[in-house]
Design a protein around this ligand. Structure first.
Ligand SMILES: *Cc1c(COP(=O)(O)O)cnc(C)c1O
Length: 381
């Protein structure tokens, strides 16, 4: 089965991990700091804090908001559940907003409608690797005194009009799960503009302690103070070494992703039963995934039949995502129900993610396109 995404590990990665495994610091050592410096270089953000998952990164970022019970954070429903869960971890209430069907990213007009006196922040998701429409969202946030967090799990290396991650908001979170652009096995990071935020997140990932083990060694003291509530969200030095090595190949891998995506778009643009994500000239899309929307009125069957037909041709197409507001947990928590977000619900039942990853061959791509054409023709209304 051709998967929808796949990591790429080479001999350089293995050597980098080997060096750390044979050394003194498997975790809380100097390689984590070196990885953070590499992330600063790649993102252009002043600070980067590495954590042991993208979910921990979101948790650390939302913790900075000091939410009280009932405080609201606007999030898209078309995202991975972790985006909304981070708000609930911090006693907040996620308020789900619509995406624009063309870009599949947060719709600024709908965000504006959902602001109340309890709103504290807006989380945007750069869906599939396309930078969301941040300028109007930051303008709304400034007007109401809200913070903006970018869930950039899909978007390492994405830019819009030359501006990279973390250039328009205070905080951007990343995931280094193997299916994302680079991997540290499990892992994540937050980039920040202020050292106050970065320092607080460094404590957050280490039980809320005011110093780490190497700082105590340097100062020749055993004493530690717990100054806030934190977690063990530390990335290992082994993961960080892998991350540094993987980051060296980011540009090459992004080029390959962009080449494959351009080939998909050229081949699929002419198919009447499909819509593609709208990408403008200024967008440097990171293409974490390649989503397409089916036009169900042109088909005799629903999305799941098309998905099964692709899989029976060994094409591991997938769906990103089921709307979060319709997950059983959120229906129970918030009383949300079908019909609450009609645009998102319509998009979500038409979405298919096609395979896309750097090691995918031109031949794989041709196979996917041919199978999709054949299946859509067969089921045409
Ligand atoms: C992958 C992902 C996450 C979570 O990252 P993990 O590293 O798996 O915890 C959060 N948000 C989005 C949009 C993601 O795609």
């Amino acid at each position: 089965m051709l998967p929808y995404g796949r990591h790429a590990i080479d001999d350089d990665d293995l050597r980098a991990v080997d060096v750390v495994l044979r050394g003194d610091w498997l975790t809380t050592g100097p390689t984590v700091e070196a990885f953070e410096r590499s992330l600063v270089d790649v993102t252009g953000a002043p600070f980067a804090v590495a954590l042991n998952s993208g979910t921990a990164a979101l948790h650390a970022a939302v913790d900075l908001l000091d939410l009280g019970p009932g405080d609201e954070v606007i999030v898209p429903s078309l995202t991975f559940v972790a985006t909304a869960n981070a708000v609930v971890y911090c006693q907040g209430r996620p308020v789900f907003a619509e995406v624009s069907p063309a870009t599949m990213t947060l719709d600024p007009a709908d965000v504006r409608r959902r602001i109340t006196s309890r709103t504290r922040a807006i989380v945007v998701v750069h869906f599939a690797g396309l930078v969301a429409d941040l300028a109007p969202i930051v303008a709304i946030a400034d007007q109401h005194g809200l913070r903006v967090i970018e869930d950039a799990a899909h978007a390492l290396g994405a830019r819009r009009d030359g501006a990279g991650m973390a250039s328009r908001s205070d905080l951007a979170t990343f995931s280094f799960h193997p299916v994302k652009h680079i991997t540290t096995l499990e892992g994540g990071a937050v980039t920040a503009r202020s050292s106050t935020d970065a320092d607080r997140m460094r404590r957050f990932r280490n039980h809320g302690l005011s110093s780490d083990v190497r700082a105590r060694e340097r100062e020749r003291t055993w004493r530690y103070d717990m100054v806030q509530l934190g977690f063990n969200y530390r990335l290992s030095d082994v993961g960080a070494a892998l991350g540094i090595s993987q980051l060296r190949k980011l540009d090459e891998n992004l080029r390959r992703r962009r080449t494959l995506a351009a080939a998909y778009r050229a081949a699929l643009a002419g198919i009447g039963g499909l819509e593609l994500q709208t990408v403008d000239r200024g967008d440097e899309h990171a293409w974490h995934i390649f989503p397409v929307l089916l036009k169900l009125d042109r088909l005799r069957v629903d999305r799941d039949v098309i998905l099964r037909a692709l899989r029976s041709e060994n094409i591991g197409a997938n769906v990103h995502y089921a709307p979060v507001h319709l997950q059983p947990y959120y229906r129970e928590l918030l009383g949300s129900a079908p019909g609450d977000l009609p645009v998102t619900e319509d998009v979500a039942q038409r979405l298919i993610t096609l395979p896309l990853f750097p090691a995918m061959t031109d031949r794989d791509l041709k196979d996917v396109i041919a199978a999709l054409r054949r299946i859509l023709d067969w089921y045409a209304a």
